[in-house]
Design a protein around this ligand. Sequence first.
Ligand SMILES: *[C@@H]1O[C@H](CO)[C@@H](O)[C@H](O)[C@H]1NC(C)=O
Length: 332
Amino acid sequence: MRLLAFLSLLALVLQETGTASLPRKERKRREEQMPREGDSFEVLPLRNDVLNPDNYGEVIDLSNYEELTDYGDQLPEVKVTSLAPATSISPAKSTTAPGTPSSNPTMTRPTTAGLLLSSQPNHGLPTCLVCVCLGSSVYCDDIDLEDIPPLPRRTAYLYARFNRISRIRAEDFKGLTKLKRIDLSNNLISSIDNDAFRLLHALQDLILPENQLEALPVLPSGIEFLDVRLNRLQSSGIQPAAFRAMEKLQFLYLSDNLLDSIPGPLPLSLRSVHLQNNLIETMQRDVFCDPEEHKHTRRQLEDIRLDGNPINLSLFPSAYFCLPRLPIGRFT
Ligand SMILES: *[C@@H]1O[C@H](CO)[C@@H](O)[C@H](O)[C@H]1NC(C)=O
């Protein structure tokens, strides 16, 4: 009898400790995953939930993400030691701070951006001191930039979100043939020289939402992901057949602009075209489907958004036969 009582007490105690320790373990596990203060995680592109298509997360340079977690602890040290030789450092090279093993990318905090940028115009600008350069990625978010800074030749990923850049010049990306992604979300860009992106043959993702663009420049044909949401794009600002040669284009996000027509012809590679909240009133019957070819030629294009436009989609019943799904929008 006493043994039985002891056993049930033991069971109770075990149950208690078991449940009590569970949340603690869970909490600890979460804490370990959380960035610590000073880790500079705010520069990472991983929180861009709003504009993520299915694969946007997959193409993020995860190797760099790991590097960043590795070097978090060294941040304060590097910051202090690497600021001194600012004037002599060429921005085209990856700089290595004294005391940091040479294989490490330089980590600096972008806190001195305003100072350095205003005192050192144009060449000689130590981009990797005001921005964070990690491998082939350059992070320049939210440091009051007014221009694209000179970039290291090997730059493949550029993030310069939340700045005050108003213009992109033809020479800004000249010779940066390794660039795969340019993210200039949330700037004041109202003009882009026509040649600014044209020769960037490696460019896959061009991300320009929340700017003031009325027109698009010539785009390189390798682009897979084009995001120009929340600008002032007009149909006259998009060249006729601007997207036709872009045979890798999968995501075309042009919502919340001033377009009054659907820009066509659209490449067959498209999976997603967002045109909601524009001024589209009508459409060409062949903008999606080729009336000559009675086939389901657009199996990929599953996501067409035309809601928030004055168009009555019921008026174009013959425009959708090749699509796997009807567009989203007003049908009555
Ligand atoms: C939209 O078009 C359909 C088909 O012609 C028509 O029946 C409907 O009344 C139209 N709706 C509006 C709001 O104009």
